[in-house]
Design a protein around this ligand. Structure first.
Ligand SMILES: CC/C=C\C=C\CC(=O)SCCNC(=O)CCNC(=O)[C@H](O)C(C)(C)COP(=O)(O)OP(=O)(O)OC[C@H]1O[C@@H](n2cnc3c(N)ncnc32)[C@H](O)[C@@H]1OP(=O)(O)O
Length: 309
């Protein structure tokens, strides 16, 4: 009996200790990763990239650097064959306080231009640039899992609605705060939230009143798919989920993300057409044969060595 218990312990130690260590390493102590000043990037497990919003002393408020760094970061991830899935979280007390109200205001409150037409064009360019900060997440073919703890305010909601899977802690709350600072949310929330939570009435209520939505309601309405008791449990859950995705064929996974997003924005007929065109080449991958063989042999996808993509 003692022999069996000890064998189980050794087996479990092998399985679980690296996971726990990886989760602890996800709560970054080391600060931002150069050349970034607002993001900490790590690789907690094979094929998984962790992007941590890293301005904890400012509650991860989104300053000028952040808006550019996200684009640079996700453009690199999009073509990184060592990454099959991304986990995004926030360092410190909360996920994010949204736009940096100190750093950003002059760009938008006193826009420059020789006359109103030129000022408007400049402002338009600036808004489009800020929209790209979160659109890069959606354009990235690798699935993005976002893990929210504490507050997720304003720009934070823009960010998470561009992600593929949303998790949160029991203490999380969400606020479409823009009307409170005198603007209509312009970098993704109004465009993506209606497809995320389905009820337009609820979207309208949240966006028009800026009321806080707590984790229980976020789960009920479908903004998040899972709620965890605390941040450590959530990061463990996010990593496990990311591991499940990373173990599968990257051809299948990336094609699934791209086609799900396409079908959100197009008719069923157009989406089926797009899918057929997509798969007329992607079905020729060796991953289909490898995966089918593994299924016949009752093996897990984790045992199949897929080529990098
Ligand atoms: C093209 C436009 C694109 C996007 C537009 C987006 C719109 C938005 O994002 S609207 C949302 C704006 N954000 C807010 O209104 C939140 C303001 N902050 C707070 O309500 C609170 O700070 C808190 C997030 C609830 C956290 O409270 P607490 O934990 O008590 O921390 P504090 O002591 O208040 O703050 C600590 C530290 O962080 C600084 N800070 C917090 N939020 C912001 C922010 N949004 N911008 C800049 N700085 C922020 C705060 O000033 C403190 O700094 P100190 O230097 O320590 O004083």
């Amino acid at each position: 009996m003692a022999h069996l218990v000890s064998a189980a312990f050794v087996r479990n130690r092998g399985l679980f200790l690296p996971g726990l260590r990886a989760v602890r390493e996800m709560s970054s102590q080391g600060g931002p990763t150069p050349p970034f000043s607002t993001l900490s990037i790590s690789h907690p497990a094979s094929m998984i990239t962790h992007v941590e919003l890293y301005r904890p002393e400012k509650r991860n408020a989104m300053n000028r650097a952040f808006w550019s760094e996200m684009v640079e970061c996700f453009s690199q991830i999009a073509v990184d064959a060592e990454c099959r899935v991304v986990v995004v979280s926030g360092a410190g007390k909360i996920f994010t306080a949204g736009i940096d109200l100190m750093d950003m205001s002059s760009d938008f409150i006193q826009p420059v231009g020789d006359d109103s037409a030129r000022t408007s064009w400049n402002l338009r360019r600036l808004i489009a640039k800020y929209q790209e900060t979160f659109s890069v997440i959606e354009k990235c073919p690798k699935p993005v899992v976002v893990a929210v703890h504490g507050a997720c305010i304003g720009g934070g909601v823009d960010l998470i609605t561009a992600c593929d899977i949303r998790l949160c802690t029991q203490d999380a709350w969400f606020q479409v705060k823009e009307v409170d600072i005198g603007l209509a949310a312009d970098v993704g929330t109004l465009q993506r939230l209606p497809s995320v939570i389905g009820s337009r009435s609820l979207v309208n209520e949240l966006a028009l009143t800026a009321r806080k939505m707590y984790s229980d309601e976020a789960k009920t309405c479908g903004l998040v798919s899972r709620v965890f008791p605390d941040k450590e449990a959530m990061l463990a859950g996010a990593l496990e989920l990311a591991g499940e995705i990373a173990a599968r064929s990257p051809v299948a996974v990336q094609g699934t993300k791209i086609n799900l997003i396409y079908s959100r924005d197009h008719s069923v007929a157009d989406s089926l057409d797009y899918m057929a065109t997509w798969n007329m080449s992607m079905l020729q991958t060796q991953d289909v044969l490898k995966s089918a063989q593994a299924a016949i042999e009752k093996k897990s996808p984790k045992e199949v060595p897929f080529s990098k993509l």
